[in-house]
Design a protein around this ligand. Structure first.
Ligand code: URP
Ligand code: ZN
Ligand code: ZN
Length: 461
């Protein structure tokens, strides 16, 4: 099967230029000017449109058991919604049960994803209980399974959190075998104490979720994580960074020539804590860490431009409204997370490129290329080049549209971005050469998505 995309503006993390792009079977076969249409099965005209690499969202939670319930998108609905928005690959989180093995956790997640994923996927392995046996399994995950990133939580005590001793042990073994440690960096003990105090005082609304995770909880944990990385020499990545204080911890680490890799998420660039003034409706934005202040958004945009932040993900962790209502009388029982997997690429374009906050190359870098490099699957994923997987998006940079729960494809009965007007739309998507999205329809079936084995990080800086 040969598909020719003609007359588009190809955008990569390095440059943008007018060219045609030929897809042959599952790979990009040629990039050039005036490529011949002879023997081509389908020709698509991309005049006045961008042609970009398929988005990679390295932070999603699909069908995840969490806070007494499950996130509401499974591998089919989640990867389909992602595809509609131009994201062709996701990295989900496997959660080890405390006291159980990584292998059992992997088996559970394989059953969730196999035959169900529409887009490509990989897993981060969340280590919630580190010991000698787990250390052996870390090696096996890296060498046999191609799972090279290990997620840790410095919060959610009693469920997911590990202590600093376990963190150092994990970092040492991950470093030895060529992996990467990622972290939810907030000070769990401090947050738990604040939560307990607010509840004791009868302060139960979503606003107190926000107030129980002040900036210092994230800044402190980000600095501590960076220090432990420096001590062990392990490569590390901080997920869902929200604030200036945490960014400054990473900036300080550069003074000793250390690079700590950083992801922020689209909501932290766009939304702010004023959304916690809406009574229980604010539960829509109860996530951890919470939304922050305008000054934090300014710091995050600058961090992206300065290269301190490499990736924009979503932390997609949707819950239906009746699930959010589990916390009607107690903010600490509101399942944490919001739906976003579908909107990340379009929102970053709209807020970033269309409003001149970032360049087109930075947009491609942050939505695709850096994630591929950091998580060890470049150039198979994350760029447009001859021989790479043909994960390709034709994007119309001028189409305006509005986000609504009525029209989105995520399995969630509200939108955290209801009514937001977006400039730029994903029009056609290819996954490994197969037409996946066209005319607002998904053409791929559950099971098309492939597990992608990964190698060591390729972005140590
Ligand atoms: O609120 C969030 N972030 N929910 C998902 C779990 C996590 O901490 O990433
Ligand atoms: Zn987290
Ligand atoms: Zn998360």
């Amino acid at each position: 099967m040969k598909t020719l995309i003609k007359n588009g503006t190809l955008a990569t993390a390095e440059a943008s230029f007018g060219a045609d792009l030929l897809i042959e079977d599952d790979k990009i076969a040629a990039i050039g000017h005036n490529l011949s249409t002879e023997g081509i099965d389908e020709v698509l005209d991309a005049t006045n449109k961008l042609v970009i690499p398929g988005g990679i969202d390295p932070h999603v939670h699909l069908d995840m058991p969490f806070m007494g319930t499950f996130s509401s998108d499974d591998y089919t609905t989640g990867t389909r919604a992602a595809m509609h928005g131009g994201t062709t690959m996701v990295i989900d989180f496997i959660l080890q049960k405390q006291g159980d093995t990584l292998r059992n956790a992997l088996t559970t997640w394989q059953a969730k994803s196999k035959d169900k994923a529409i887009g490509d996927y990989s897993y981060h392995m969340a280590v919630t209980d580190f010991n000698d046996q787990v250390a052996e399994e870390v090696k096996e995950m890296i060498q046999k399974e191609g799972i090279t990133s290990f997620k840790t939580f410095m919060a959610y005590k009693g469920a997911l959190m590990i202590d600093d001793g376990q963190m150092v042990g994990l970092m040492k073994v991950v470093k030895e075998h060529g992996g990467l440690v990622t972290v939810h960096a907030t000070n769990g003990d401090m947050i738990d104490a604040l939560v307990a105090k607010f509840l004791q005082d009868g302060k139960t609304s979503p606003l107190y979720h926000y107030l129980s995770q002040p900036e210092v909880t994230e800044a402190e944990a980000s600095a501590r994580f960076s220090d432990l990385l420096h001590y062990t020499g392990c490569p590390g990545y901080i997920v869902h960074m929200t604030c200036e204080g945490a960014l400054n911890a990473v900036r300080r680490a550069t003074l000793r020539n250390q690079r700590v890799m950083v992801e922020t998420c689209i909501q932290y660039l766009m939304l702010d804590a004023s959304l916690y003034d809406k009574g229980f409706e604010s539960a829509k934005w109860v996530m951890s860490p919470p939304l922050r202040e305008k000054k934090d958004q300014t710091a995050l945009w600058a961090g992206l431009n300065q290269g301190l932040i490499q990736v924009v993900g979503t932390d997609h962790c949707p819950f239906m409204w009746n699930q959010k209502e589990l916390g009607k009388d107690d903010f600490s029982k509101i399942p944490n997370g919001h739906p976003a997997i579908e909107h990340r690429v379009e929102l970053l374009f709209s807020e970033g490129v269309a409003k001149n906050k970032i360049t087109l190359s930075k947009f491609v870098e942050a939505t695709s290329t850096r994630a591929a490099q950091i998580f060890g699957m470049y150039p198979q994923k994350g760029t447009l080049a001859v021989g790479t997987d043909a994960d390709v998006v034709i994007f119309n940079p001028t189409t305006k549209h509005k986000i609504s729960a009525k029209t989105h494809h995520m399995h969630c009965d509200y939108s955290a971005y209801e009514g937001v007007e977006v400039t730029g739309k994903t029009e056609t998507v290819f996954l490994r050469g197969q037409k996946a999205i066209h005319n607002n329809e998904c053409l791929l079936k559950p099971g098309t998505g492939k597990f992608i084995k990964r190698g060591p990080t390729q972005f140590l800086g």
